[in-house]
Design a protein around this ligand. Structure first.
Ligand SMILES: Cc1cc2nc3c(=O)[nH]c(=O)nc-3n(C[C@H](O)[C@H](O)[C@H](O)COP(=O)(O)O)c2cc1C
Length: 297
């Protein structure tokens, strides 16, 4: 038997573009961040082009950079991912909807519920980009004086993943019998209470939402550090990566696949998606001219 390998395409959706100057390009959709008509059109176009995923990054504070630089950037503001992706789930049919959610400044019960809801709304198209939120300014938006240290954030993230996936398993797939004759809506033997007590989290459960359509929504990660890679190797099905060179990319790929083997996972159960900034022109020359114009803005 031969296995067919297929390229996976994910769109990193900065609605105006990932390029900081792109909003100034003639004809750019300058207000696309909050213009749902545009966002719907982008998602539908990506779907038609057979993209696998529409990916929404998320930050829990204004980007940490000097205001003179920030004031020039359209990436300073964006929709809250679950709200946007829930709306887009009703305007699309096939494309994966990946939301970013933080394990540092959120609660696993909230996260498990939101992804389970998005998975039901989209009929099994939800994905969770697990981030630990590096921007120290986020701490002050959540009543903390100081951000957690890097490794501490990753230790909590690992436990957080266990709690969220455990909550998704609260109900067996066939728990809801909805037997009108007997009046029994669900089978109590098919309801599981998590009772998690750990180093960072205490969560009893169960989740009061049916098991997600996919069982567990797709797990995505973009960690690059030692604990970031380890979390990805243990939990992720997709990794976003932005290697500086081909050689770096190859080393990263080999390292992740080696780590997966070491924890007993099949290396094919994780796709690595390197980032690319794509400029489309009528000819290569045209694309180069557009790129140069963008960089001059
Ligand atoms: C393509 C890509 C997308 C990312 N999106 C987010 C995001 O939406 N929110 C966020 O807080 N961090 C995001 N990150 C940062 C990563 O989660 C991670 O913190 C970073 O790559 C550094 O790795 P480390 O956390 O292992 O040190 C992204 C990184 C990459 C490469």
């Amino acid at each position: 038997m031969t296995t067919q390998r297929q390229l996976k395409l994910g769109a990193f959706m900065r609605p105006v573009s990932i390029h900081t100057g792109a909003w100034r390009y003639p004809g750019a959709y300058r207000d696309a961040n909050f213009n749902f008509t545009h966002l719907k059109q982008f998602a539908q176009t990506l779907e038609k082009a057979r993209f696998d995923a529409f990916f929404m990054a998320d930050h829990l504070a204004l980007l940490n950079m000097p205001i003179d630089a920030l004031k020039r950037s359209h990436t300073a503001t964006s929709f809250e991912p679950f709200t946007l992706l829930s709306a887009l789930s009703q305007a699309t049919e096939y494309i994966g909807l990946v939301a970013t959610a933080s394990t540092t400044y959120d609660e696993p019960f909230h996260i498990a519920r939101r992804f389970a809801s998005l998975d039901h709304l989209s009929n099994g198209r939800a994905g969770w980009n697990i981030v630990t939120t590096a921007n120290p300014d986020a701490a002050q938006n959540f009543g903390l004086e100081q951000a957690y240290a890097h490794d501490e954030r990753y230790a909590r993230a690992r436990e957080f993943y266990d709690v969220v996936t455990g909550l998704w398993d609260s109900w067996a797939d066939d728990a809801f019998i909805r037997d009108a004759d007997s009046g029994v809506y669900f089978d109590p033997d098919k309801l599981h209470t998590l009772n998690h007590q750990g180093r960072y989290l205490n969560v009893r459960g169960p989740l009061h939402i049916a098991r997600p359509v996919q069982g567990w929504p797709v797990i995505v990660q973009a960690g690059a550090s030692e604990p970031g890679r380890q979390l990805a190797a243990e939990t992720a099905e997709v990794i976003f990566v932005a290697p500086g060179t081909l050689e770096e990319g190859r080393k990263f790929y080999a390292d992740i696949k080696r780590r997966m083997l070491a924890v007993g996972r099949h290396p094919d159960h994780l796709k690595i998606l390197p980032g690319a900034f794509v400029v489309v022109g009528d000819t290569l020359e045209d694309a180069r001219r557009i790129r140069a114009h963008l960089d001059s803005l």
